[in-house]
Design a protein around this ligand. Structure first.
Ligand code: ZN
Length: 661
């Protein structure tokens, strides 16, 4: 039996690329490098069932056994992203129908309709056969369902999906008149008389509520397809099952992972946007009550020429490999071990090139393998802890994808740049939360750009939490839509006016930075793009000082209210990162009785405090390739070097410190 402990260092491997003798050589090289886990089989359906109903698993058993001979465990992928040609030929209806009415063709991947009964039936059968074959193989330590599964573009618009969507609308709205009212279909004479008349949201200027409902329906169809596979696998296998997601297109990852055991995640971020993947890591560690697996990242580059890719600096691979581990994961796996010699994705970075020779980052990978194990005991017995959280619900993402508020607004970028980064830059760590997640343990909660607080009863849950002492930073673009994305007819907000005793005045866009705001002290309050303004308020923190229209001047733009035992900071505009970092965040932390962070330290560090089993400490990752300074809270042993450290220390570009206090 294989004896490996997290943090796992792994890689994707495609044995279908290579003759048997090369597989043995690769396994030996993996062992020499320090690789512990190989992810295999995710696209190999045609090698397992080349002819309908004829299953061939000997070759795959041989691969698992060969890897195990060198101490390497297997994560087994189900191959449903790439069905073989016989399925597409026998049942052409399995192929997705794209927005403009053409069927996808065989030859790529993820080209099938997740609602199609033939695709589901044959997917279920290959998954069950694999589960039966490998359930008792102790060298298989986990399963991955499909690959990077999400509703691509607008999803599938085939007749099966159309019928299922109308059925979904019938169940949700009961009567077509209720749907007409919810979506305000009197506009443009869109009223329907029968559910069967409702078109798919294609080739037209589509009603935004219709568009949003369709997106969510398509996403939930994907969840159903993954859940179907999970239920089959779990009849046979005892090891954790997951699906390797990519953070695209607004999927609800709580729904996706409900029947799964382990969150798996793929990313290809580069030196310019590692903060975006750390944002996702801060989300992932809270989805299930166990550490996530980073199932894919590149060692050196993602080979797509649609993405600007250039050589990454020395040390980037090392820091990038540490980030998921620092932020609550227990595995980091590369895509891929050995470059494909032909076919798709031939230009991707890897550990070895197609000839089996090491790439330039090879020594970094070897060092990572050693350093993970040096810090492993502490990492495996502690968890990331924080009193701060930010909401990032999939419902909001779907809303902004289907209903623009102001030109130049990007939901994810604005959450990261104006809320997440300022917290991280003070050496603090937020958890990132879906709407349904429990937030009762947090002291400070940020809820920016969440148009509907009806989502998962968020508004009422937050009301109670604030009354019991929570500090809530809310807005802008929050609480001004119902769950269908429509406005309230009798009030501007669902609850904020009544809850806070404030009075809404106007909301205006500002694409030219013509609106200027100031703090009560007179200092400038820098902000951008969107202004929800309030009537004069004794608790105003900031007001409009200049505007192209005099009616806006003097209106409140940030207000602090005491409510019950708690405090609410209401923001009517997108604060600059500096205003958030230097002003609003310290005010909120102070109101919650929390430390205001590592003010004198460098902002290019990811800092994660960890606790567990009587141990405390901090992992620090320099992630921008620049020198940094960090002041320890307490003397600590740095576990990678075994050095004792205290006070303020210098950190090298891409250096990682695992500090046990
Ligand atoms: Zn379909």
């Amino acid at each position: 039996m294989i004896n490996i402990k997290p943090p796992y260092l792994g890689c994707a491997y495609y044995p279908e690329d290579w003759p048997v003798e090369e597989i043995e050589k690769d396994a030996a090289k993996m062992k020499a490098t320090g690789i512990q886990v190989a992810r295999i089989a995710e696209f190999a359906w045609s090698r397992m069932e080349n002819t309908e109903g004829v299953f061939t698993f000997d070759w795959l058993h041989n691969v698992v056994d060969t890897l195990a001979k060198y101490g390497i465990a297997t994560v087994m992928g189900t191959p449903t992203a790439t069905p073989p040609i016989w399925l597409s030929r026998k049942y052409p209806d399995v192929l997705m129908e794209q927005e403009h009415g053409r069927r996808a063709q065989h030859g790529g991947r993820r080209h099938c309709c997740s609602n199609n009964e033939h695709y589901r039936e044959y997917s279920a059968r290959i998954v069950e056969k694999m589960a039966q074959e490998f359930a008792d193989d102790e060298n298989v330590i986990g399963w991955q369902i499909d690959n990077e599964i999400y509703a691509f573009g607008k999803g599938c618009m085939c007749p099966v999906c159309a019928e299922k969507f109308r059925q979904h609308l019938k169940e949700k709205f009961k009567t077509v008149d209720a749907l007409n009212k919810a979506w305000n279909l009197t506009i443009f004479s869109q009223e329907y008389n029968f559910f069967d008349e409702i078109p798919l949201p294609r080739d037209a200027w589509v009603n935004p509520h219709h568009n949003m409902e369709w997106r969510i329906f398509q996403q939930e169809s994907i969840v159903e397809f993954v859940t179907m596979q999970a239920e089959i696998l779990k009849k046979y296998v005892k090891v954790p099952v997951g699906t390797d997601v990519m953070p695209v297109n607004g999927m609800n990852y709580l729904h996706m992972n409900k029947k799964l055991d382990i969150v798996q995640f793929n990313h290809y971020n580069n030196p310019d946007n590692l903060n975006h993947c750390s944002f996702w890591f801060d989300f992932l560690r809270n989805v299930k009550d166990r550490p996530f697996w980073n199932t894919e990242t590149s060692t050196c580059w993602n080979g797509s020429v649609n993405i600007p890719q250039t050589v990454k600096p020395e040390g980037f691979c090392y820091a990038n490999s540490w980030l998921p581990i620092a932020l609550g994961g227990e595995a980091n796996m590369y895509w891929l071990w050995r470059t494909h010699w032909g076919g798709h994705e031939i230009m991707h970075g890897s550990v070895l090139d197609a000839c089996g020779r090491p790439m330039h980052i090879y020594n970094e990978v070897k060092k990572i393998a050693k350093d993970y194990q040096r810090a492993g005991y502490f990492l495996n017995h502690t968890n990331v802890t924080t009193p701060i959280a930010i909401h990032y619900p999939s419902h909001s993402w779907n809303f902004f994808e289907t209903q623009g508020i102001v030109q130049g607004f990007n939901y994810q970028n604005s959450v990261i740049q104006n809320y997440y980064d300022p917290i991280v830059q003070r050496g603090l760590r937020p958890d990132v939360l879906e709407a349904a997640q429990d937030f009762s343990k947090y002291k400070v909660l940020f809820t920016p750009f969440v148009p509907s607080l009806e989502n998962e009863g968020l508004g009422e849950r937050i009301r109670k939490w604030v009354e019991n002492g929570g500090v809530w930073v809310v807005g802008p673009m929050t609480d001004n839509r119902n769950i269908d994305g429509a406005r309230y007819k009798d009030r501007p907000f669902g609850m904020l006016e009544e809850f806070l005793g404030v009075r809404w005045a106007y909301a205006v866009p500002d694409l030219k930075d013509e609106i200027k705001c100031k703090w009560a002290s007179g200092q400038p309050f820098t902000s951008r793009l969107w202004y929800e303004l309030y009537e004069k308020d004794a608790d105003a923190l900031a007001t409009v000082s200049e505007a192209p229209h005099s009616a806006l001047v003097g209106k409140a733009v940030a207000i602090k209210k005491k409510v019950g035992k708690g405090v609410v900071f209401l923001l009517g505009t997108i604060p600059s990162a500096d205003v958030m970092r230097s002003n609003i965040l310290p005010l909120a932390l102070d109101a919650a009785g929390l430390s205001t962070g590592h003010v004198g330290d460098s902002s290019n560090l990811m800092v994660a405090r960890r606790e567990g089993h009587g141990m405390t400490g901090v992992v620090v990752v320099e992630y921008q390739g620049k020198p940094a300074r960090y002041t320890l809270d307490k003397p600590a042993v740095e576990l990678i070097t075994a050095h004792k450290l205290e006070g303020t220390i210098d950190i090298k570009p891409y250096q990682v410190l695992v500090l046990q206090e």
